[in-house]
Design a protein around this ligand. Sequence first.
Ligand code: ARG
Length: 602
Amino acid sequence: LSFATRSKSVTTMAASQEFTGNLKHEVEKLFAESLRLTVPDGTSVDTEVAASLPGKPGDYQCNNAMGLWSLIKGKGTQFRGPPAVGQAISKNLPASEMVETCSVAGPGFVNLVLSSKWMAKSIEKMLVEGIDTWAPTLPVKRAVVDFSSPNIAKEMHVGHLRSTIIGDTLARMLEFSKVEVLRRNHVGDWGTQFGMLIEYLFEKFPDTESVTETAIGDLQSFYKQSKTKFDNDTDFKEKAQKAVVRLQGGDPIYRKAWAKICEISRTEFAKVYQRLKVELEEKGESFYNPYIANVIGELDSKGLIEESEGARVIFLEGFNIPLMVVKSDGGFNYASTDLTALWYRLNEEKAEWIVYVTDVGQQQHFNMFFKAARKAGWLPESDKTYPRVDHVGFGLVLGDDGKRFRTRSSDVVRLVDLLDEAKTRSKTALIERGKDKEWTAEELDQTAEAVGYGAVKYADLKNNRLTNYTFNFDQMLSDKGNTAVYLLYAHARICSIIRKSGKDIDELKKTEKLALDHPEERALGLHLLRFAETVEEACSNLLPNVLCHYLYDLSERYTSFYSIHQVIGSKEEASRLLLCEATAVVMRKCFHLLGITPVYKI
Ligand code: ARG
């Protein structure tokens, strides 16, 4: 083993280092190269690079010295301790225009200070070439996001709203990262409940062909009525059970009735999606039905399926109950459908990453069928290797009383009403501020919508999704604190500064330079440059709240800058306007990724 600090032979690397938008990766690349030169041959270490905490001497730090020391000490190394290892890492750092200084502190932390010039240049470049040049790159080409997924004829509840909001954001982040996303609405359209619904439909509307949505009215109460009848009337119950068999056997009359019921539900769901501007492609449970028998057959031929109490099940290590895949009456269930959908997504749709967004209550179901799929050899053993599956669980929505969220009037919350209330409330607040006199009716309505729906989305997304969150209109629609309203206003304020300057910002981008000479300008600039690594983190860990925190921090950094430095009329006006524009561009991208419509006027 040779422990020598090799001399720098990598000056060429610096020249070829083109900024890919992900600052952390760029810094990692530099340190990886330095470690390659510092570490003895044959010792492999992962680069440990982290953004430095505010107030610390550097912008990024490399924390490898201590670990490396414990690997090499006593093995004839020339180094005297971790600080010396740190010195070597620092000395071996390839020359790069990115770096201002590199120094060692304490027990060997290597602190890197970025060059403000380089930072400014990178931001200028983004302004000219567009924010998409800061998109992260992920190791997958195609992903499925399975989200929203309400059940036909049953209520679409706040849990489905959370799934819709979180799933849409994850899809948007993946799409921004150049992943092709199949946005799948896995609606519950194929269960035993359809027997009862169809039979009830036949009874109430003998002329099923001409029955309209308005005639059936509220599908949820229709469902409740048919359920009551099913529970109390044995004749009806029998008919309903036969109806399931006829439906699943493909009887055209039953299929038609089924389609009608699905259609009515679909129009109801669409009202929610249209308000939230969420796009989804429905591939419900019924879609996979024709494939189930084959998939179960495949699992059977692999010896995975056993007989248990008349049912067919898969026993899985680490679970005290088996996964049922064929019920004792021979019918298929939620798990058989999910296994089949997974098979389809992997083999027919060639998805490399499949993400499921539901409440944490379903975690066991997902863990079990994921495990079964690994056993079948469909997925690699390691859950971080592709093709990969992830269950994105989320907590409950609570009311102010700390219990499951409900409205006062009934025990269900109609999502459409809930969203409409958010919009109405935000419109009222705008009118109180006299905006109805300043703006056209259309502007007022659009702003109320952006703010109202944005508030609902942001209140959900800003929390770690696993925790329960309290639904409170006053809080989410407040213009203070970490809310969509505050952030949308912050963005609008920046836009109004740019407008008031009277300058053509596109012209400035071409002709003027950006400088980050003052600490607040530099801190804001650094935060802007951390956008890509933040999206990548939020995306890889499937945590939208990471992006929300970033956005909130961004507006705080902007405030610190703007409250100290004059923009319009200062000698740095052009540079500062560019910094304002870059902030607005990044904020808008964050809004876009969170599914929030930005506003430009307040
Ligand atoms: N329909 C289910 C429910 O409302 C959610 C489906 C989630 N997706 C899935 N592939 N299981 O609880």
